[in-house]
Design a protein. Structure first.
Length: 89
């Protein structure tokens, strides 16, 4: 929750907000091989790979997913920092 703490510190330093509230929501999503490989090119450094290298990465990742049964569950955490503005500046 380092990112959440950094955001909270910035809100406090602004001096124009009331008490902070922080929440964390943990959730899971199961991806099939197809679903994961469909989105793989859109995140991380994969967006910079030339097509031939991306195909190799996808083949390797696809084989790894197949090796664990064709799907896997990804765990996520959504974090929220919220405060009500009390000042005008």
């Amino acid at each position: 929750m380092v990112l959440c703490a950094k955001a909270a510190d910035g809100i406090r330093q602004a001096g124009t907000f009331g008490d902070l509230e922080q929440w964390r929501f943990d959730w899971d999503r199961t991806y099939t091989r197809h679903e994961w490989l469909d989105q793989l090119p859109t995140f991380g450094g994969h967006t910079l790979l030339p097509p031939a290298k991306l195909e190799k990465v996808q083949a390797g990742v696809g084989a790894a997913i197949d090796a664990v049964g064709g799907s896997f569950t990804m765990r996520y955490a959504t974090v929220v920092v919220s405060a009500t503005r009390t000042g005008t500046t």
